[in-house]
Design a protein around this ligand. Structure first.
Ligand code: 13P
Length: 249
């Protein structure tokens, strides 16, 4: 049985002061909820959020990590640094990192291998097609290829520990949500692909989220799709009540 998991991706929003204000309100709203929730925040807010959410069951995640142990990589953050802070999750391969910061399936794969080999952190792997690929009808080929490259050489046990977020690029921050059917179909396809790459047991365990303009108004429909276990929420995760309404889908 997979427990629903709703994660917020704050992207490059919120100062420390704003993050702590959010945490205070959100903690109170979240009390007693049995849906899993996490906030993936900018690096400089991670430590204070881990502390603020201590004992609440609310997880904290980073939005990226470097695959090297340490070294001359100006501006990057290592896995050891995230482990020291005590984060629970790390987003890997978000389309914004792929588009603006040179993330490739190869670096995504290196990052996943590093995380699984050396930490208890759960990666939230993002996959998804762009508008051109969707219009050409090649979205399944694109996502299958991403999964094959991103998960290369991962064991079944490691793959089973993944959260995979299907985020069609054309639905991110555009207000244009994939229909629940489109989202459900692709999430089913992702599970089927994991099943083909590994086995039934593995694909049964993977948590598959949908991401792209999820808001309180469409959360119920999306979460009611059988193959969708959760959501990765951008804009609507910045406001405690809105994010909580999604969690209470
Ligand atoms: P929005 O919910 O703002 O469309 O962002 C989705 C996203 O990219 C989450 O990672």
């Amino acid at each position: 049985m997979r427990i629903p998991f709703i994660a917020g991706n704050w992207k490059m929003f919120k100062t420390k002061k704003e993050a702590l204000e959010f945490a205070e309100s959100f903690k109170a709203l979240y009390q007693g909820t049995d849906v899993k929730a996490a906030i993936c925040a900018p690096y400089t807010q991670l430590e204070c959020l881990v502390e603020a959410f201590q004992g609440t069951g609310i997880g904290v995640g980073a939005q990226n990590v470097h695959f090297a142990e340490e070294g001359a990589y100006t501006g990057e953050v290592s896995l050891a640094m995230l482990k020291e802070i005590g984060v629970d999750y790390c987003i890997i391969g978000h389309s914004e990192r792929r588009e603006y910061f040179g993330e490739t399936d190869e670096t995504v794969n290196l990052k996943l291998k590093k995380i699984f080999a050396e930490s208890e952190i759960t990666p939230i792997l993002c996959v998804g097609e762009n508008l051109e690929q969707r219009e050409a009808g090649s979205e399944q080929d694109v996502v299958r290829r991403q999964l094959e490259l991103d998960l290369a050489a991962l064991s079944a046990e490691q793959a089973a520990g993944l959260v995979i977020a299907y985020e069609p690029i054309w639905a991110i921050g555009t207000g244009k949500t994939a229909t629940p059917q489109q989202a459900g179909e692709m999430c089913a396809f992702i599970r089927e692909t994991i099943c083909q790459m590994y086995d039934e047991d593995t694909c049964d365990q993977v948590i598959i989220q949908y991401g792209g303009s999820v808001k309180p108004e469409n959360a119920t429909e999306i979460m009611n799709m059988e193959e969708i276990d959760g959501a990765l929420v951008g804009g609507a995760s910045l406001i405690p009540d809105k994010f909580m309404d999604i969690i209470n889908f």
